[in-house]
Design a protein around this ligand. Structure first.
Ligand code: FAD
Length: 366
């Protein structure tokens, strides 16, 4: 007999967790969320992501495990499931020694190592010879990764959930315990999975002050870069980044970006947008016709998303939370995925599923 589960949140974390539970557990699952695939909102990080899989977890941390477990799943989708909107990309990551210890340099520290832990995980890993380095770069590696068209992938995940009988509905909760009354059966949920991302900063019963926004600004263009590229930093400020990735199936090319700590601004900054475009063309001149600069880019739109960063890393934990009326509810958290929510999605969902099963078994024994 399956249990009644409410998954709160319909970003990549909530959808992947619901799908994992629906595939393996035979539970009756309701996804409840304020924002759904198709929405573009500053409170909803998932649609704004590039998204690619460039491992950034420090070796030996739980996040390394999440990235290791997720890669084969993304690889399988790129190889065998065209409707998921994921494709393989030749990838280059460039290192500048001077970026060490800057916010972007720290974020990419593992990614740009000469011998990173993922060198045997992602296919075709090799060191790029000095003769192939663009000016100003001190080193680079090349490998094969994927780029996800989030405008196709989030609806794809939703469809997979619907196919397995998951019910998806809108709802806003002020206190996590309220989610227990939103199960589609009309009965109280046995367990809530909390996948509210940055929302957990102010969600009653959770109020996780370790969360903070890591603002990312992007430009989506029609131009073809021919390669997926990132650098460890830029000369325009320690929290500005340069990355380029073409989404699958006509999704356009994402030019980024930045990692602005504690910045909640939802509107694109036009001068930052100009710097993003200029840097992208400098790193990848083949983006534009020969002799052209940033004016050779064909802009689809500008965007801003807030990465749900968390001191202490991703939170996958179980606890029992009492609602304002004193009623206790079992909760499994899966939030705080920073700038790596897609590339850790399957690993985190499997870790959350393990805790769901433990909590339900404990409940059954009581
Ligand atoms: P969200 O997508 O924010 O979803 C939260 C959900 O919870 C929403 O449905 C929301 O409505 C709901 N919710 C919140 N509070 C409540 C409430 N009180 N009541 C009801 N519902 C609620 N990651 C990668 O892996 N690769 C990348 O290349 C990449 N690039 C990125 C680039 C940018 C510019 C940004 C901003 C992020 C990027 N990321 C990338 C990170 C990734 O987007 C996030 O880690 C991921 O989307 C987080 O997903 P989530 O489901 O946890 O949160």
């Amino acid at each position: 007999m399956g249990s009644n589960i409410v998954v709160l949140g319909a970003g990549v974390s909530g959808l992947t967790t619901a799908l994992t539970l629906a595939k393996n557990g035979g539970h009756k699952i309701t996804i409840v969320a304020k924002h759904m695939p198709g929405d573009y909102d500053i409170e909803y990080a998932s649609p704004w992501a590039g998204a690619n899989s460039l491992p950034v977890a420090k070796q030996g941390t739980p996040s390394e495990g999440y990235e290791r477990t997720t890669w084969p799943e993304l690889e399988k989708l790129a190889r065998d499931v065209p409707e998921a909107g994921i494709h393989f990309q030749d990838t280059r990551v460039y290192r500048r020694t001077k970026d060490a210890n800057s916010p972007v340099g720290d974020w990419f520290a593992e990614l740009v190592k000469e011998e990173p832990w993922f060198k045997d995980l992602l296919p075709n890993f090799r060191k790029v010879p000095g003769s192939e380095l663009p000016p100003g770069m001190d080193g680079a590696s090349a490998f094969t990764s994927v780029c996800i068209n989030t405008a196709l992938y989030l609806p794809y995940l939703t469809s997979q959930c619907l196919k397995l009988g998951v019910v998806v509905r809108r709802g806003i909760v002020n206190h996590i315990s309220e989610a227990a009354s939103l199960h589609h059966s009309g009965k109280p949920a046995d367990l809530i999975v909390n996948c509210t991302g940055l929302g957990s900063l102010r969600l009653g019963g959770v109020d996780d002050k370790n969360l903070y926004p890591g603002r990312g600004q992007i430009v989506v263009v029609r131009n073809d870069p021919g390669v997926m590229a990132s650098t460890s930093g830029t000369d325009d400020g320690p929290d500005e980044a340069c990355y380029i990735m073409q989404r699958a199936a006509g999704g356009g090319t994402i030019l980024g970006g930045c990692l602005q700590k504690d910045n909640w601004e939802s509107q694109p900054d036009p001068s930052l947008a100009n710097r993003i475009m200029k840097r992208a063309v400098e790193l990848c001149p083949q983006l534009v016709p020969e002799g052209k600069g940033a004016e050779g880019l064909s802009v689809i739109r500008h965007g801003v998303g807030l990465r749900p960063m968390r001191n202490g890393g991703i939170r996958i934990e179980r606890e029992t939370i009492a609602g304002p009326g004193g009623r206790k509810v079992a909760v499994v958290h899966n939030y705080g995925h920073g700038g790596y929510g897609y590339q850790t999605s399957f690993g985190c969902s499997q870790a959350a599923e393990k805790l769901v099963n433990e909590a339900l078994q404990q409940k059954a024994r009581l």
